[in-house]
Design a protein around this ligand. Structure first.
Ligand SMILES: C[S@@+](CC[C@H](N)C(=O)[O-])C[C@H]1O[C@@H](n2cnc3c(N)ncnc32)[C@H](O)[C@@H]1O
Length: 235
């Protein structure tokens, strides 16, 4: 798969409101304190753990790892450009391991490796939180070809959820909902910058056709709910 670079590049996923609502949701799952140790796998620009660090001033700065080092990656965290599987083979233990919208980059076998290693890297009371797009009736605005690709990827995600369920015990499910209200112009820019994996392998021609479709299909302001399934697991 080509590399995803613009996922959180000035999109609703990097907005103050999204990060603050997301971190409020995390607080319902984790009792953060100054000693909490956090690892974010596939952290992108590290907006989430950076905001957590600002709020809780952890003694150990959260660690964010990603295979891509974005220029704008936040400075108040420790960023490492490394593959998750490689990183998890060594290093310390964490109270929270966060894997947000990243599992679809892994093969089924590697996902099992990732989960096995993540379990080893959790402190006794630590939690692993996995977030992924909801697979049924997903509301992300799409053009036809994009919807087709997205549905295919969501179908594969369902298989990945089964692997997770089999691998992890003491598992619970909840949803994180965020109400998106974005101008059509901004959303078109996000599509042009291929903000989501289902756009990565499309040709420029397909993207341009898709943009025309979005322009005629949606009003100037696009509103929808972005829903993530949250899988929570204790050691
Ligand atoms: C959709 S983005 C999500 C970014 C961030 N977690 C968020 O929710 O805003 C997925 C990220 O996973 C990273 N990624 C993919 N495979 C990875 C791997 N094997 N190890 C570490 N990071 C990986 C990608 O480079 C990308 O930045």
């Amino acid at each position: 798969m080509k590399k995803l670079k613009n996922w959180d590049n000035k999109t609703w996923l990097s907005s103050k409101s999204y990060i603050s609502q997301f971190n409020k949701f995390l607080k319902t799952k984790i009792n953060f304190n100054k000693n909490s140790k956090i690892l974010d796998i596939g952290c992108g620009r590290a907006n989430i753990i950076s905001a957590l660090q600002k709020k809780y001033k952890f003694k150990n700065r959260p660690i964010g790892i990603d295979v891509i080092a974005n220029k704008e990656v936040k400075k108040n965290i420790i960023f490492k450009r490394v593959d998750a599987l490689k990183y998890l083979k060594k290093h310390e233990k964490y109270d929270l391991i966060l894997i947000k919208q990243t599992i679809h980059f892994f093969s089924k076998t590697n996902l099992n490796h990732l989960l096995n290693l993540a379990k080893i890297r959790l402190n006794p009371k630590g939690k692993l939180l996995i977030f992924s797009l909801k697979t049924k009736n997903n509301k992300i605005p799409c053009f036809k070809k994009m919807r087709k690709n997205l549905e295919k990827s969501l179908k594969r995600d369902e298989t990945l959820f089964k692997i997770i369920k089999k691998n992890l015990k003491k598992i619970s499910y909840t949803n994180f909902n965020f109400k998106v209200n974005i101008s059509k112009q901004k959303y078109v820019r996000m599509i042009r910058e291929r903000y989501i994996s289902c756009l990565l392998n499309m040709s420029n021609k397909e993207i341009n056709l898709g943009i025309s479709e979005i322009k005629s299909k949606y009003k100037n302001q696009i509103k929808f709910t972005d829903t993530l399934k949250c899988i929570s697991c204790r050691k």
